[in-house]
Design a protein around this ligand. Sequence first.
Ligand SMILES: [Zn+2]
Length: 153
Amino acid sequence: MTVFLGALMVIVAGLYVAAPFFRRDADADAPLSEPVAPAELLDRQKREAYAAIKEAEFDRQMGKLSDADFETLTEKYRLQALAAISGLEAKSESADRGAGRNPIRLAFCATCGHKLPTKANFCPACGRGIKADRELLRVQMGKALQDPIAQIG
Ligand SMILES: [Zn+2]
């Protein structure tokens, strides 16, 4: 019985010692086997923009930002988020539909990042009207398309 318990303890101790190595292996493999996809960069850009908006909100509450400064700042980040979202949208939709001819559809709320239903006019999470953001996005995408041409010509 004592021998059996001893053997059991050796096995348990062995597993305990070996476990971190298995875990570390899995972690080390992840970045190598999955190079950073453009979609991931866009997703990061989106998340960073939302984080910046949250930070600006906090600064305004702390009195570090005036309302006007806050509006200017968040407008910029909102456009950054929208640009990232439109990039993600284009990636997910260009596969099964013709590129560029679709009416612009937002997949995520530009204010809170909540996933939006296909035909939503308002964000179900924060109640923000989506039409205005869609219009902003359309203007922004139009600029993005025109800019390179303007530089060449
Ligand atoms: Zn929202």
